[in-house]
Design a protein around this ligand. Structure first.
Ligand code: DGL
Length: 270
């Protein structure tokens, strides 16, 4: 069946991190219906090989296509870095938006051009060098420093985002950056906006913290309009699927989104 404006937007991540993108999309496009998949049985992705992440991403893409989504939003930097092209190929005519492109654009483009940019992400994202390439493709004069912060994803999945353990972990990871006079720091993992306050506290004033979620929401809006698929008459909606522990996900999701999440279903995509 060909997707129509009333079809859902498919959004996915390894776990709850993609909800940071969902929140922005819900705020900007309240009429749209969102179908979310969080791969809670296999999180974290960031410590796995590119091949494994690619395989998972394609399984999830197939699941979303079976649900007749009109667009796929890769709300996971690790997948965006490892498999965006593969997802695009599999999706065919269904538009695909990845978070890396959005984050790189915000960091590199006017009205806020930055000359020294830091990127934090998973081991896979940082190891891939995708952010550095994407930023330099827009402006090669920008200096980019990257740092993998693998412990942040398990902390976020545990809901430990603002306690002393989280703050000490952030201080440890960000120590190198404090001597580099960063103009901006990209949160290159969709779980990291959950630590936004702590990150801003550790980095201090003078470093702009870039969360690409709003930029992704803008891209979703523009691409849907361009494709004639923007739903301007709907009443919104949020359907949630996970690969394990739906109840736990529901509690974390409700806490983060600040509203009731009525349906979290377990599904096997492999
Ligand atoms: N939230 C994801 C990202 O943006 C993945 C984190 C993980 O599963 O390691 O990279």
């Amino acid at each position: 069946m060909k997707p129509s404006p009333s079809s859902p937007i498919g959004v996915f991540d390894s776990g709850i991190g993609g909800l940071t993108v969902v929140k922005s999309v819900m705020e900007r496009l309240p009429e749209e219906h969102i179908l979310y998949f969080g791969d809670t049985a296999r999180v974290p992705y960031g410590i796995k090989s590119m091949e494994t992440v690619r395989e998972y991403a394609l399984q999830i893409t197939d699941f979303l296509l079976r649900r007749n989504v009109k667009m796929i939003v890769i709300a996971c930097n690790t997948v965006s870095a490892a498999a965006e092209q593969d997802v695009r190929l599999r999706a065919g005519e269904i538009p695909v938006i990845g978070v890396v492109e959005a984050g790189a654009r915000v960091a590199a483009e006017a009205p806020h051009p930055h000359s020294v940019v830091g990127v934090i992400g998973t081991l896979a994202t940082v190891g891939s060098g995708t952010y550095e390439r994407s930023i330099k493709a827009i402006d090669s004069s920008i200096q980019v420093f990257s740092k993998a912060c693998p412990l942040l994803v398990p902390l976020a999945e545990e809901g430990w985002v603002d306690n002393d353990v989280a703050l000490l972990t952030l201080e440890h990871y960000l120590a190198d950056f404090k001597t580099k006079a960063l103009d901006a720091l990209i949160l290159g993992c969709t779980h990291y906006p959950l630590f936004k306050e702590g990150i801003a506290q550790v980095m201090g004033e003078g470093t702009r913290i870039i969360d690409s979620a709003d930029a992704v929401a803008d891209m979703v809006d523009a691409r849907l309009r361009a494709a004639g698929l923007r739903n301007t008459e709907g009443t919104g909606g949020f359907e949630c699927f996970v690969s394990d522990k739906p109840q736990r996900f529901q509690t974390l999701a409700e806490r983060f989104l600040g509203k009731a999440v009525h349906r979290v279903e377990i599904v096997n995509v492999s």
